[in-house]
Design a protein around this ligand. Structure first.
Ligand code: SF4
Length: 346
């Protein structure tokens, strides 16, 4: 995605004014490197052009409505798109890392039964600019600290908005743009096998995480409707293709749901399924959402982790962050200021 494709409204203004071609480069750098949110901040642009851009192509595609701060330092950003949809972004501080978790769709069509976003249904795909801008706003907000990692694990299934997501990630990775190394960027998918193969063929070294959540077919269909379209063997074929092609570590996300997928038999089946030295199991305790599930206790989650390691799995248990502001994994519902979801429930 080149600068004109990333900023089509800016390109239209420049063409209408017959501006020299180097202006697009200046503007692209102002947005993605200097992180301007108002054209008056782009002081290398003539005033007339600043005014024309403000009129026809505002520097901020998203309006930042609210920033919530959790006791553990996690920050949640509520944005509105120009057509009035609410989306959320989370910044998680952890030792030297500042990880930003971004959204790629307004809502999500995948309908995972334990996820607040899944309850919303889907309204529309975000544009590449709207996806990348979430990171720009966080970076501006936490400066002089720097965003060290981006994970595409917020609202939406990124593989159903593939081109815009990849376009945004390339801008974030572009040394002439935001300049974040590809290996510091990770995309998470609920398991769309054709897209996993396509992603494996991309030249950049982006990381991939696959949401597995249970090693058993029938259980997976129960909690992840996507499993009706792609069986676990099909998913594991795509996983093997990814590691064979990229030689990169592949992450499997696993949300522990009490009494659903947290038994010893699950660990034993996982040990057989994740039989590759580049596979890594990321365990996460369920964060409360109004979906009828409850969290595995901390002690049981530790036992699950220890048994997984005993059986030879490479595994970690991720701490939950930002729970007191509903910013943890699976909790993003983009409630508007009256506490109602911004998208009517399907
Ligand atoms: S877990 Fe991810 S893919 Fe599933 S409904 Fe939630 S946002 Fe969509």
């Amino acid at each position: 995605m080149n600068a004109a494709e990333f900023l089509p409204d800016v390109q239209a203004v420049l063409e209408e004014r017959n501006e020299p071609s180097y202006r697009m480069r200046q503007i692209y750098r102002a947005l993605t490197g200097s992180l301007v949110r108002d054209w008056e901040e782009a002081t290398n642009l003539p005033r007339g052009l600043q005014a024309a851009l403000s009129e026809g192509a505002p520097a901020a595609a998203l309006t930042l409505e609210r920033v919530s701060l959790a006791t553990d330092g996690t920050r949640k950003y509520l944005f509105y798109t120009s057509d009035g949809h609410a989306i959320e972004t989370v910044m998680i501080p952890e030792k030297a890392r500042r990880t930003v978790c971004i959204s790629t769709q307004v809502g999500c069509a995948m309908g995972c039964t334990f996820c607040a976003t899944g309850l919303l249904g889907i309204k529309r795909n975000l544009k590449a600019r709207e996806i990348a801008e979430q990171v720009f706003v966080c970076a501006r907000d936490i400066a002089p600290e720097r965003v060290s990692n981006v994970v595409v694990m917020g609202m939406g299934e990124p593989m159903l908005n593939y081109d815009a997501t990849l376009g945004a990630l390339r801008v974030l990775n572009d040394p002439d743009g935001f300049g974040l190394a590809a290996r510091h960027i990770a995309v998470s998918t609920s398991g769309l096998v054709e897209k996993i193969r396509r992603f494996a063929d991309e030249p950049e070294q982006f990381h991939l995480a696959i949401s597995l959540h249970t090693p058993f077919e029938d259980e997976r269909r129960g909690i992840m409707p996507v499993a009706a379209h792609h069986t676990i063997p099909e998913l594991m074929d795509a996983a093997r293709y990814f590691v064979a092609r990229t030689r990169r570590k592949l992450f499997f996300e696993y949300t522990l749901l009490a009494g659903v997928n947290d038994q010893p038999r699950h660990v034993e089946a996982l040990a057989e399924l994740l039989d590759h030295p580049l596979y890594h199991l990321n365990l996460l305790r369920f964060n409360w959402t109004d979906t009828g599930f409850s969290a595995t206790s901390k002690a049981d989650a530790r036992r699950f982790l220890e048994y997984a390691r005993e059986l030879g799995l490479s595994a970690t248990l991720r701490p939950s962050r930002g729970q007191d502001i509903d910013a943890a994994c699976g909790q993003l519902a983009a409630k508007d200021l009256r506490g109602r979801p911004a998208i009517p429930m399907a």
